[in-house]
Design a binder for this molecule. Structure first.
Ligand SMILES: [Zn+2]
Length: 241
């Protein structure tokens, strides 16, 4: 068993990310957020198995890229930690991952409705969000959960170079270049789903999404503004404690 060496500051940021995502309705009693360990890129940090809204810095544990936890306490881990492990293993650029069951996104994973950015704040969805079909790897009778590295790798492959994958009948997984970016993207993926659903009704099925060039340009601009969202969202959850 490896001694845990991650920084308490990063663990504290991850605990904050948990509370922000609960505050915005992305996580509820379920789902999780992780961050690659800044001190060891072969490790990532994730809370022990618990409701995200209750996570504190002392609940954070380190894992290796096979999903093994590096903690001698015997505390239980999330069943779906393989989502995180597989993405960090396949994509060295991935620095943070959010897996949620945020409800407004579910309809887009179980229909053929296109999920693209209807708002500039979700421009990172410009290339779309591929749908992960667990039946292709796990067969017709899984419990829908990503509970091993085989399913995790299949999910990571589906992501390709997109920041979001929809998981049919389950939820979604979001990747970021930083913890604030993954949180930002998870929040605005949920917001975009609500906007698209409304636009489909108002527009009787016709929606004028951002085009590729628009999405690329505003994504570059938004990247410089993520710190602003993080600062106020962090303040919000700290004041509510
Ligand atoms: Zn899940």
């Amino acid at each position: 068993m490896t001694e845990q060496t991650f920084s308490r500051e990063l663990a504290s940021e991850l605990a904050t990310a948990n509370r922000i995502l609960v505050h915005h309705g992305v996580l509820d009693a379920f789902g999780h957020v992780s961050v690659r360990d800044a001190l060891n890129s072969d490790h990532f940090l994730l809370a022990r198995n618990m409701a995200p809204g209750l996570v504190t810095v002392d609940d954070i544990m380190a894992y290796d890229l096979d999903g093994n936890w590096l903690d001698a306490s015997g505390r239980p881990s999330y069943l779906e930690r393989f989502i995180h492990a597989s993405i960090y293993k396949m994509y060295p650029s991935a620095k943070a991952v959010v897996h949620s069951h945020s409800p407004s996104i579910i309809p887009f994973g179980v229909t053929e409705v296109v999920f693209k950015p209807a708002s500039h704040m979700a421009s990172f969805l410009g290339a779309g969000a591929p749908i992960f079909e667990i039946r292709e790897t796990g067969g017709p009778a899984t419990d829908m959960l990503i509970t091993d590295n085989k399913l995790g790798a299949a999910l990571a492959r589906t992501l390709a170079d997109c920041p979001v994958t929809l998981m049919r009948g389950h939820g979604n997984t979001v990747v970021g270049d930083s913890l604030p970016e993954a949180v930002f993207r998870a929040v605005y993926t949920e917001v975009n789903a609500r906007i698209v659903a409304q636009a489909l009704v108002i527009g009787q099925g016709r929606v004028n999404f951002l085009n590729t060039a628009e999405a690329e340009r505003i994504t570059a601009a938004n990247k410089t503004q993520i710190g602003r969202a993080w600062a106020v969202w962090k303040r919000d959850v700290e004041e509510s404690r």
